[in-house]
Design a binder for this molecule. Structure first.
Ligand code: FAD
Length: 458
């Protein structure tokens, strides 16, 4: 098994290499974007497309897709992070639903751009299945579906599946029931991010790799090679934001880890089913997320070690043996038919988590500083919506997008250390404890409800 190297997705493309020239000296631009992940690249794409005469430059510390955008689970998800009430406070129920509908549309938008530019990214409108393993997860899933319907989602958007209906799609050990939504698509993350970078360059955007931005100031991005002066500077640094001056407590870099098997045998696939290649998760509090890859493997991810002291981030994503074993054990329980399959690669990455778990996008005309992020584990599609919203904010276009309730929102700051470390580790240890209690009792635990309320996550 290999570990790190930015993960299997990059390795399947022959390895991760920064091939674009670094910034050579001071420069001027209309829009300077810091970070070459999905947020930065989608913003570059939509701004340049709307106004081709603008000089748009992307400044990336490592290489395009070095961060979560090249390492994720490949869920292009129409759902987004954080409790509905936080968005409702700004936009009411209608605003929340408008954001939800915009996210559903975003999954289709990503598919449309991929098709238009011929980006071969294994994009598949497969939908998502959540599987309840055990009775406690089944009652929690029922509650989740009915709460979503109370919020305004329809049966088409999200519906429960009985045990038999679920088994027609796939066979998961201990499954009691499931839920299905069509609003999630599958993608190969490194293919998408590298294809998008090429599409952006074809429009005339300049991408500099190996170009660290040390500080963002009004209309300026400071790098060791010199300052880039621009009408707008867009911060698209997500899990790495805490390393920028003045932003130490804005977003916490939370880890997520993945493993991927070798391609499964036709016999194993016959036993498992999963012909629709739906994105898949279980219903645990410390849940796992899975993808049936286009090349016939299973990729499974989960939290692993949740957070490093003082918001430190890793390099290439080397992953501890304990985390690998935990994910491997989960894979075996869910799919006994895959128990013999070798695990070929393990990796980790960081996602950006705001104190209230809710994403935001904003632009301040006075300083010319704009940003988007805080997607928690659901940023692949949300970054596309961010890119289109930033286009309208930067170009001063009144649009439905700039009226959505995540626009202009600010999350509270995280606590200083060591409180932050203690809190995050406690939350995940307690969620695991709640999962064990529920597996033993078959009933939803009050502990989980209490952690949800105390952490502000739900
Ligand atoms: C293991 C894992 C699994 C995930 N699974 C999913 C999933 O299945 N579906 C989903 O929706 N979301 C998922 N996520 C989250 C999702 O990947 C992210 O929300 C999304 O990719 C964020 O994109 P981004 O461009 O904002 O940030 P990133 O992709 O992290 O990009 C930020 C970029 O900024 C660069 N940078 C940072 N600091 C500087 C600086 N000072 N100067 C210049 N450049 C800088 C970094 O090198 C990096 O390339 C997952 C995340 C992880 C880690």
């Amino acid at each position: 098994m290999r570990t790190g190297e930015l993960g299997y997705w990059w390795r399947s493309l022959g390895g991760a290499v920064a091939s674009r020239a670094p910034l050579a000296g001071p420069a001027e631009a209309d829009v300077a974007i810091v970070g070459g992940g999905f947020t930065g690249l989608w913003t570059a794409y939509y701004v340049k497309r709307a106004q081709p005469q603008l000089r748009v430059v992307v400044l990336e510390r490592e290489m395009v897709g070095f961060g979560a955008s090249g390492r994720n689970g490949g869920w292009v998800s129409g759902f987004f992070s954080g409790p509905a009430r936080v968005y409702e406070r700004r936009g009411g129920r209608d605003g929340y639903l408008a954001l939800q509908r915009a996210m559903f549309d975003t999954v289709r938008e990503v598919g449309a751009v991929v098709a238009e530019h011929g980006i071969e990214a294994d994009f598949l409108s497969a939908g998502q299945l959540t599987v309840a393993i055990g009775e406690a997860q089944a009652s929690l899933l029922r509650r989740y579906v009915s709460e979503a319907h109370e919020l305004g989602l329809s049966e088409h958007d999200l519906r429960e599946l009985g045990r038999e209906e679920l088994a027609e799609r796939l066979v998961v050990g201990g499954a009691r029931s499931g839920a299905f939504t069509p609003h999630v698509a599958r993608v190969h993350p490194a293919k998408l991010v590298s294809g998008l970078a090429r599409a952006v360059e074809n429009l005339g955007v300049v991408i500099h790799e190996r170009t660290p931005v040390q500080e963002i100031r009004a209309h300026e991005a400071l790098t060791p090679a010199g300052t880039v002066r621009a009408r707008w500077v867009v911060r698209a640094t997500e899990g790495y934001t805490a390393q920028l001056r003045g932003l130490r407590r804005a977003l916490v870099p939370m880890n997520s880890s993945m493993i991927v098997t070798e391609p499964l045998s036709p016999t194993a696939w016959r036993e498992i089913g999963w012909a629709g290649a739906e994105l898949l998760s279980d219903g645990a509090h410390a849940y796992v997320y899975l993808q049936r890859t286009a090349d016939g493997r299973i990729a499974i991810g989960g939290r692993g070690k949740p957070y490093r002291f003082a918001s430190r981030t890793d390099g290439s994503g080397a992953t501890s043996q304990a985390t690998v074993e935990r994910l491997r054990a989960k894979l075996r329980t869910m799919f006994p038919a895959a128990a013999g399959a070798a695990v070929e690669h393990a990796w980790s990455g960081v996602l950006g988590v705001p104190r209230d778990w809710c994403m935001s996008v904003a632009a301040d005309p006075a300083s010319g500083i704009a940003w988007a992020g805080g997607y928690v584990g659901e940023g692949v599609a949300a970054a596309n919506l961010a890119g289109r919203t930033l286009r309208d904010l930067l170009l001063g276009e009144p649009s439905e997008l700039v009226a959505l309730p995540w626009v202009g929102r600010r999350s509270p700051r995280w606590e200083p250390e060591p409180l932050r470390w203690g809190e995050i580790h406690a939350v995940y240890a307690l969620y695991r404890q709640a999962d064990r209690m529920e597996a033993a009792s078959g009933r939803p635990s009050r502990l989980a409800r209490a952690i949800d309320a105390a952490s502000g996550r739900v």
